[in-house]
Design a protein around this ligand. Structure first.
Ligand SMILES: Nc1ncnc2c1ncn2[C@@H]1O[C@H](COP(=O)(O)OP(=O)(O)OP(=O)(O)O)[C@@H](O)[C@H]1O
Ligand SMILES: [Mg+2]
Length: 274
């Protein structure tokens, strides 16, 4: 499953993306967590220490050159579909079985920029093949205007995070319309910071035909990291994630039922060695 997380600024996209990644890794899935926000902070939600600087893929000049056959900068020829499948293993920051990839912004590209770095990022989003037991969670920057058609269509589902603030649901509706225009089919909403059932009911009503697949309360523990690396090298849930795990699992189940994807229950019968 490839799930994109979007919504208005500050609604809780990164927090939810980290919670989904944590819940999935606890169920033995390999998770590719993609931070597609140029103002990246998924790493800290996943417990990567603040002093650790992760080089975004868009700044890995040598790798981009090697994959695309291009010198950095513009002009000249380069491959539009570079090999990307090994990038999570090779270049991801591992938090247990979560492979975090920070995409970074493509500087100076402007609209319609075709430069080696953007070709690589696009190929990564569109062509990254994932094993059936793997999950890809993409934390997006606010709004989806920057999302290309190819990327949108390569996602199995998009979650729009909304909160009880007055414009949030309107933004959600706008995102839904844009997502529909881009050819995305499975669009869901999650209500964040809802402490009363009445808020959930209002949001559900305002959302109209966008299914509300779950809600999360205000929980100050969510302001810390969501996942951390345990002493055994495995990803370990924070107290905040543990407290909200049931809700997150219910959301994932709801998506699976509605998208018609394979069961999340790992039966081990068809696992390939990795
Ligand atoms: N349910 C919650 N309870 C308490 N704090 C929360 C909750 N959800 C998110 N937060 C906090 O609110 C802040 C914004 O959340 P987050 O960074 O996840 O939003 P975002 O949508 O990714 O923002 P941006 O648009 O800047 O990327 C963070 O400090 C986060 O820890
Ligand atoms: Mg964010």
């Amino acid at each position: 499953m490839k799930i994109a997380v979007s919504g208005k600024g500050g609604v809780g996209k990164t927090t939810l993306a980290a919670m989904l990644s944590g819940a999935l890794v606890l169920e033995d899935h390999r998770v590719i967590a993609l931070d597609a926000d140029p103002d990246a902070n998924l790493a800290s939600a996943l417990g990567v220490p603040a002093e650790e600087q992760i080089t975004p893929l868009s700044e890995m000049d040598e790798m981009i050159k090697e994959r695309t056959g291009a010198e950095s900068g513009y002009g000249g020829y380069f491959k539009l579909n570079p090999k990307v499948d090994d990038i999570p293993e090779e270049y991801g920051r591992r938090i247990g079985n979560i492979h975090l990839l920070v995409l970074g912004g493509v500087k100076g590209g402007g609209e319609g920029c075709i430069c080696p770095a953007s070709a690589l990022l696009k190929a990564l989003l569109v062509h990254l093949a994932i094993h059936r037991d793997d999950a890809l969670i993409m934390d997006m920057e606010a709004g989806i205007e920057h999302l290309g058609r190819g990327t949108a269509q390569s996602m199995d589902a998009m979650i729009v995070v909304v909160d009880p603030s007055p414009w949030s649901v309107q933004t959600g509706q706008r995102i839904k319309k844009l997502a529909g225009d881009l050819g995305m089919k499975n669009i869901f909403a999650v209500a964040n910071r809802t402490d009363e059932q009445s808020q959930v009911d209002i949001i559900r009503k305002q959302l109209g035909d966008v299914p509300l697949i779950g809600h999360l309360p205000t929980d100050d523990r969510l302001q810390g990291h969501i996942v951390e690396m345990g002493p055994d090298g495995q990803a370990k849930p924070s107290e905040a994630l543990t407290a909200n795990l049931q809700s997150i699992r219910a959301m994932l189940n709801e998506i699976q039922i509605r998208v018609g994807a394979v069961s999340t229950v790992p039966d081990g019968s068809d696992k390939e060695s990795r």
